[in-house]
Design a protein around this ligand. Structure first.
Ligand code: MGP
Length: 242
């Protein structure tokens, strides 16, 4: 595990895992209702059965730059990889909340094996949905970032065969927090999928993301391709909106 600690709470250690689920006392009725599945109720004393996630996920951190000429890639640090619900909560409960990070810091939660960079082989044809929360004091950024992470690891942002979601990101900037969702494609036609279907898949993901961020209808979530972001920073015209 790489050390990126900005303070003692980052990164987390596995011993601190404190599952928040199924925390109530076990009883026979519960044992019956869960049938043969191996769950925490089978070992209530040690409480050590883990609930696997569909994918392994890696948390990354972008350190705020200390000087002007620091390369973006040098600031990006891998923190920890996990693959169960319990490990997620253990990490979540022991890292610095977004609201306490310095300006220019980011958290990135990506599928294991994907670097949270445009250049990664699995990102280079992709893009991101994103929304900027401009009233920093009014927004519960820690809750929203938690919801975004739970939606990603719980696989509720896309349908089973979409294979689009790469990860989620939160940026702390002067005057705004931004939460993004990176996708593998920009909705073009790929094998077995027309361009129209690709666009529909991406827009459905965008709509689910908008719900996760608790945004109202008039608030607009924008999608841009990474090549446009790389070329023209934040000024690129969005490709889709929901
Ligand atoms: P940003 O963090 O996505 O947006 O990119 P921010 O901070 O709101 O700034 P702005 O540029 O949109 O106004 C900030 C800068 O970090 C980019 O301009 C790039 O120089 C660099 N950067 C960000 N990302 C995600 C990448 C990346 O994936 N690869 C590389 N090489 N640089 C990146």
């Amino acid at each position: 595990m790489a050390s990126t600690a900005e303070n003692d709470r980052l990164p987390a250690s596995d011993e601190n895992s404190s599952p928040n689920i199924a925390a109530s006392e076990p009883n026979d009725q519960k044992k019956e209702s869960i049938g043969d599945a191996v769950t925490v109720f089978h070992d209530p004393e040690n409480f050590n059965v883990k609930h696997p996630l569909m994918h392994h996920w890696t948390l990354w951190f972008t350190k705020p730059p200390s000087g002007k000429d620091i390369n973006w890639n040098d600031l990006l640090k891998e923190v920890v990889t996990f693959s169960s619900v319990e490990e997620f909560w253990g990490i979540y409960n022991n890292i610095t909340p977004t609201s306490e990070l310095g300006l220019k810091a980011d958290y990135h939660l990506f599928k294991k094996g994907v670097r949270p960079e445009w250049e990664d082989q699995q990102n280079k044809h992709g893009g991101k949905w994103s929304y900027s929360f401009r009233d920093k004091r009014a927004v519960s950024i820690d809750d929203l970032w938690l919801h975004a992470q739970l939606a990603a690891i719980g696989e509720t942002l896309e349908n089973d065969d979409d294979n689009e979601v790469m990860g989620v990101v939160v940026n702390v900037r002067k005057g705004l927090y931004r939460i993004g969702l990176w996708t593998r494609t920009v909705g073009r036609s790929i094998e077995g999928r027309t361009a129209a279907k690709g666009k529909e898949v991406l827009e459905n993901i965008g709509r689910r993301f908008k719900e996760v961020l608790r945004l109202k209808d008039p608030e607009v979530v924008e999608f841009s391709g990474h090549t446009d972001s790389a070329r023209s920073s934040a000024k690129a015209k969005p490709k889709y909106t929901v």
